[in-house]
Design a protein around this ligand. Structure first.
Ligand code: GAL
Length: 799
């Protein structure tokens, strides 16, 4: 029977490799003990030398193999090593692997000593080698280094299943399966294939197969009662494949999959024959300090954030195959995936292209059974046309997986269309112009084809979570404008924005501190206003995110109107100092296509002023009246017409009013609605009743540091260490974030856990998060923070 043992603990690591290191003799003092996933070096949060992780290192581990396993084939399976590996067992070279994003295996069978330790050694080259994608030119992300995904030992009998592709056919009419098996075997076998819905057997097929065949196809026809995998109910089924040799069970291979049809057409994307507008973000799989080396829970959490917090239905794994845990979660929760080969703008020489094709093969082989994976990206992101190479990658993808369409991401118009879906990074919008290009302009084809916007916004408007609020609002509105446009457009199947989370990058990109601030969330997964554009489209929770601090002096020339609120409420009632300031409704005029347009709260005094201007004649002597008139003007500046502004200038000139007087008046007028207490209460209304209430602005002060943890129970039973995220937020007395608090946090941790990154950090934009990892022991991890304000202590149970 098949047996899989994870070997993620007890590795020895040293940040160098020299000839001889592959041998069994070594100086243990040169090594440190590490656990996988491991990054070859901890990086600072930002402002570091990007060459820090680009070196060759050595990993070694003893593996004890019992003689009970003597008659088995034994493999070591690597899920991801960045970016080149040479593997040795007991000093003997087993092979190499190029490419950091796809799995590979090495067979150990003939090289093992039984009932004793064997020395597994991996030389890891994490330099940017020109022969391996995505390298060869500049790249806007970091690839980090090390054995950053899990490793396991696989023991199989002399006959075993090497690979399975479960093809679902006719899912909308009479669902059936074609189970394509790749077998390694010695004798005639009996195969049993069983389809399960949880524990319930749905169908069972038994077949004798002759010795000769290695590729076997088994059909399961006319399946009844099958539930489709959908976004709302992502139903998964299990398939068990048993191999018998003379009644002896040789293998029991299990695979999860789902029944669904997914098709990009020229008039839209169809999931199970239902048109669905694709709405998503791109994701890099990186985290602060440790880069890619994050275990299962953190990977899965990202999928949850994209699906549940942001309410999106698709993610693009830009620009490479991502963690299987992330994809597992996409399968489980119903989040569609656009997965693509590694690369960035550059196509290398022949050898490079060979590695690229190998990576394409490995990606499809790994992920072909995932219902979430909706399309394969078979072009290097934003690379130029390359007829021969892309003909090959398309052919390869289609032959390996005839059930999915192909696409490839470009950034130039009129590029050669060899795929099934034309994907375009459309960064045309720069604030005041056209929001998205017309498909025909981009493709230059005679008729519409399936068309997807694979990126937008990103570098056109880099925005830090701690930027000025006007910038944060414009950042959000750029996402909003694209969302609104794409939802209303028939020629676009959907849009996937750039991007979900800020990420570390090279010197040629980002803000000079090795961070690209393009996320709708920061690297700590803390939202910017742009995140609210997406989350406010959800209907499963009341959202009323106020994109303003309501601080009188934050905006240019003061004031805080209009107040923009991202919400799924029907209306917002506004109160100030207890008095009613009107009810405001979604701005459907500006954003007619989105489900929930934001609500703009404007200062209506501006309008009143316009009216007064039209009807009143002022005498030259009536200075007081004029002053109050100016006051009104300042309050309503957002509404002033050109004519009004001209009249105002005229009056200012006539009365020789000094700028300082206007400034004084302006400051006075910032008491917007004329109330002394300038805090504003917003009352969200849905179906006629109050559903949410928030008060912001006015007198605010630091009240407490909110400390929140994503998970209160962690597990030592996972295949490797476990992690969770703790978020710190400085809040005012009403529970609103104070984004300009930069307090230092001394984080104290007791128990079987460890903080990833430094224990002493400062808040960034009033908030920050750290990840805490388990150390292999059970118990309670207690996290407290040394800060002058009140805050909670967090307890995390490790089971
Ligand atoms: C795109 C590229 C992305 C990222 C983005 C920033 O051109 O595909 O990887 O660099 O720009 O907006």
């Amino acid at each position: 029977m098949r047996k899989v043992t994870y070997i993620n603990d007890n590795w020895l690591y040293k940040p160098s490799f020299k000839t001889g290191d592959q041998m069994n003799d070594f100086d243990v003092k040169q090594y440190q003990e590490v656990e996988l996933p491991h990054n070859n070096i901890d990086l600072p949060y930002n402002c570091f030398d990007e060459n820090m992780y680009q070196f060759v290192s050595c990993y070694r581990r003893n593996i004890y193999i019992s003689s009970e396993d003597k008659n088995k084939y034994i493999f070591v399976d690597f899920e991801g090593v960045m970016s080149y590996a040479k593997v040795y067992i007991n000093g003997k070279y087993l092979g190499e692997h190029k490419g950091g994003y796809t799995p590979f295996s090495m067979e150990l069978t003939d090289h093992l000593e039984f009932d004793q330790d064997n020395h597994l050694v991996v030389m890891v080259d994490s330099r940017e080698r020109e022969d391996i994608p995505p390298f060869g030119h500049v790249v806007d992300f970091l690839t980090y280094g090390g054995i950053y995904r899990e490793v396991s030992l696989r023991f199989v009998e002399k006959s075993y299943v090497n690979h399975v592709f479960v093809k679902t056919l006719h899912v909308l009419e009479t669902p059936s399966l074609e189970v394509d098996l790749e077998l390694i075997r010695e004798n005639d076998l009996v195969i049993e294939v069983a389809l399960y819905d949880d524990d319930q057997l749905i169908k069972y097929v038994k077949k004798d197969i002759d010795k000769g065949l290695m590729d076997v196809s088994i059909e399961m026809n006319h399946l009844t009662g099958i539930e489709l995998w959908s976004l709302e109910k992502p139903k998964l089924y299990d398939l068990s494949i048993k191999l018998y040799d003379n009644n002896l069970l040789m293998d029991d291979y299990k695979v999860k999959f789902g029944f669904r049809s997914a098709e990009f057409k020229s008039d839209g994307f169809y999931l199970n024959n239902k048109k669905v507008k694709l709405n998503g973000l791109n994701r890099h799989q990186s985290f602060p300090y440790v880069g890619y080396a994050m275990p299962e829970r953190a990977q899965k959490k990202d999928a949850d954030i994209i699906k549940y917090n942001l309410g999106l239905n698709i993610v693009r794994t830009s620009h490479y195959p991502q963690s299987r845990h992330f994809l597992d979660r996409c399968d489980e929760i119903g989040l569609m995936v656009f997965e693509e080969i590694p690369g960035w703008q550059h196509i290398g020489e022949k050898k490079w292209q060979e590695v690229s094709k190998q990576e394409l093969r490995e990606m499809i082989r790994r992920d072909c059974n995932r219902p979430s994976v909706t399309i394969w990206g078979v072009r290097v992101n934003e690379s130029k046309d390359h007829h021969d190479f892309y003909t090959l990658t398309n052919d390869l993808a289609r032959s390996l997986d005839p059930t999915r369409q192909t696409t490839g991401v470009r950034c130039t118009e009129g590029s050669e269309f060899l795929e099934d879906v034309y994907s375009m990074n459309d960064f045309v919008h720069s604030g005041h112009n056209q929001v998205l290009r017309k498909q025909e302009k981009v493709t230059r084809l005679k008729s519409d084809v399936p068309y997807l916007v694979s990126e937008h916004t990103g570098h056109m408007y880099p925005t830090k979570r701690f930027d000025h609020e006007t910038r944060l609002i414009e950042h959000a509105n750029r996402h909003l404008r694209v969302l609104n446009e794409q939802v209303g457009r028939q020629d676009i199947t959907g849009a996937i924005g750039w991007c979900a989370f800020d990420y570390n990058t090279h010197k040629d990109f980002g803000s000079g501190d090795k961070i690209c601030y393009h996320g709708v969330m920061d690297m700590f997964r803390i939202p910017k206003y742009a995140a609210s554009v997406y989350s406010s489209q959800r209907d499963d929770e009341i959202i009323m995110d106020v994109a303003s601090l309501i601080a009188k002096g934050e905006r240019d020339s003061g004031g805080y109107f209009p107040i923009q609120v991202f919400t799924n409420c029907d209306a917002i009632k506004v109160e100030m100092a207890g008095s009613d300031k009107g009810t405001y409704y979604p701005d459907k005029k500006r954003y007619p296509h989105v489900k929930h347009a934001p609500i703009m709260i404007e200062n209506t005094l501006g309008e009143a002023f316009e009216r007064t201007m039209a009807t009143t004649k002022f005498s030259d002597k009536d200075k007081d009246k004029f002053k109050s008139f100016v006051l009104e003007v300042m309050k309503g500046e957002h509404h002033l017409s050109k004519k009004t502004k001209r009249m105002l200038l005229g009056l200012v000139f006539k009365y020789r009013l000094k700028t300082s007087d206007i400034g004084k008046l302006a400051r006075m007028s910032l008491d917007s609605w004329g109330e002394k207490d300038t805090s504003v209460t917003l009352i969200g209304v849905k179906n006629g009743v109050e559903v949410i209430r928030k008060t912001l602005g006015g007198m605010v002060y630091k009240d407490r540091l909110e400390v929140k943890v994503d998970d209160i129970v962690l597990s030592t039973k996972k295949s490797s260490y476990d992690v969770t995220r703790i978020e710190f937020k400085m809040l005012d007395q009403r529970g609103n974030l104070l984004p300009f608090s930069d307090d230092v946090l001394n984080i104290k941790l007791d128990g079987p856990g460890q903080i990833i990154g430094p224990n002493q950090v400062s808040l960034i934009g009033g908030a920050r998060a750290v990840w805490v990892k388990t150390t292999g022991k059970k118990g309670v991890i207690k996290v407290s923070v040394d800060t002058p304000v009140r805050c909670d202590t967090i307890s995390i149970k490790v089971k």
